[in-house]
Write a new protein. Structure first.
Length: 420
């Protein structure tokens, strides 16, 4: 298929990336070998079949008993219930677990699992229209929209990597997010769009997309570090302006009391979480890793703060150096984000998939060790799913931390060049 003349090629983007990040990304991987070409085509076919099967499953659900208003236990049930409460004019009530469960319309004999609402009003406002629909219709629209935005956001980033789009979409964490109906694909899509706009010298659009990242504010701790270290002052300014505008809009719609209740809910969740470390088995942070190995709350939190400081230091160092290849900067930012927050679950590993894509763009996959590294990031949640006695919390944070360290070493030893 001939290239789209309206779509900038990676080579055409190089001067703009040079101006924004300080170094041009490698323009291409070169001619793919027959084996790579075959694998790439096979992955694309499998991806197409998988997406068709997924849409078919949604169509089946829409025509089953589930479509009559009942819901089932996935993360999305909390989104749908909160949206229904917002449509009823009671958005702030979503922070009451009892009210949220009552709005979920679960089957009477369903096992009760409380999905707490801990999202800011910006995300609540975004999903409110879903409250006008039945559960299955809302889930179908949300899932289709999130995977579609993810594919679009990958855009030209995946084009230079043979099979890159298929691998990034068919990764195990992406499938898990789609099954759970989580918002992680939305977050990483907004970040990829922001980085693309930044690379194209569009700070206003980049700032607006960065402001949308407040839908999961705990994942955005390193974004200001990267922007300031990289001296992207206009993007930083526009991000602040757009964030203020979003806050003003949510206050106008939901009232300022929503924000107070949001912060109170965060405090309550932290207090309830601290004594026992509930659900840390499915988390990917250093805090969860320490708790799984028997550490107390204070010790685990201290380790997490050290991880945050190290992650911020690595991102700040790489983004401040114009000689460092941009793909390594972006990979380090995505991977470091996952170890910077104490509150991140396995569905957030879609950021590790995107990080692996940028590592592949930087040429990491040219060596056996590099390919093993990329495979480890792509398959990161799988051992915790398949091997008894091993939880993802046991190994995710160390693997991610080693990946950030490796990015930093590679960037400083061989700047502005594809790594092999």
């Amino acid at each position: 298929m001939p290239p789209d003349p309206d779509q900038p090629t990676d080579a055409a983007l190089s001067p703009r990336i040079e101006a924004s990040f300080g170094a041009a990304a490698p323009s291409a991987f070169g001619r793919a070998t027959p084996l790579v070409a075959f694998v790439s085509r096979t992955l694309m076919v499998l991806l197409l079949v998988t997406l068709i099967a997924y849409l078919g499953a949604i169509a089946w659900v829409l025509n089953s008993d589930v479509a009559r208003g009942a819901a089932f236990h996935i993360d999305f049930v909390a989104f749908w219930a909160a949206a229904k409460l917002a449509v009823a004019g009671e958005a702030v009530v979503a922070f009451d677990p009892n009210a949220l469960v009552a709005a979920q319309s679960l089957a009477p004999d369903a096992a009760r699992h409380v999905y707490m609402w801990l999202y800011p009003p910006s995300f609540h406002l975004l999903i409110t229209p879903l409250g006008l629909l039945g559960f299955s219709a809302a889930f179908a629209i949300f899932s289709t929209a999130t995977i579609g935005l993810y594919i679009l956001a990958l855009g030209s980033w995946a084009r230079p990597v043979p099979g890159g789009l298929a691998l990034a979409v068919a990764a195990p964490p992406v499938g898990f997010v789609l099954i759970a109906g989580n918002a992680s694909l939305l977050w990483v899509s907004a970040l990829l769009c922001a980085l693309s706009l930044l690379a194209r010298g569009r700070p206003r659009g980049a700032g607006a997309m960065i402001a949308l990242l407040t839908l999961k504010p705990q994942l955005g701790l390193l974004i200001p570090v990267a922007l300031i270290a990289g001296r992207h002052w206009r993007a930083t300014l526009w991000a602040a302006i757009a964030t203020a505008a979003i806050v003003a809009l949510t206050i106008a719609v939901f009232g300022i009391g929503y924000w107070f209740e949001f912060f109170r809910a965060m405090v309550r969740a932290t207090v309830a979480f601290a004594p026992h470390g509930a659900n840390t088995d499915t988390m990917i942070t250093w805090y969860a890793c320490a708790r799984q190995f028997g550490a107390g709350h204070e010790t685990a939190l201290a380790l997490q703060m050290l991880s945050l400081a190290a992650a911020a230091g690595a991102v700040g160092l790489l983004w401040s150096r114009r000689s460092v290849a941009p793909d390594l900067k972006l990979a380090a930012l995505l991977l470091a984000t996952l170890i910077s927050t104490p509150y991140a679950f396995q569905y957030e590993l879609v950021l590790a998939v995107a990080g692996a894509l940028f590592l592949a763009r930087a040429g990491i996959g040219h060596s056996p060790a590099g390919r093993a590294w990329l495979a480890a990031l792509w398959l990161l949640p799988v051992p915790g799913w398949l091997i008894g006695g091993i939880e993802i919390a046991h190994y995710a944070a160390p693997v991610l931390a080693l990946s950030v360290a490796a990015c930093t070493v590679l960037a400083l030893r061989r700047p502005n060049a594809a790594q092999s």
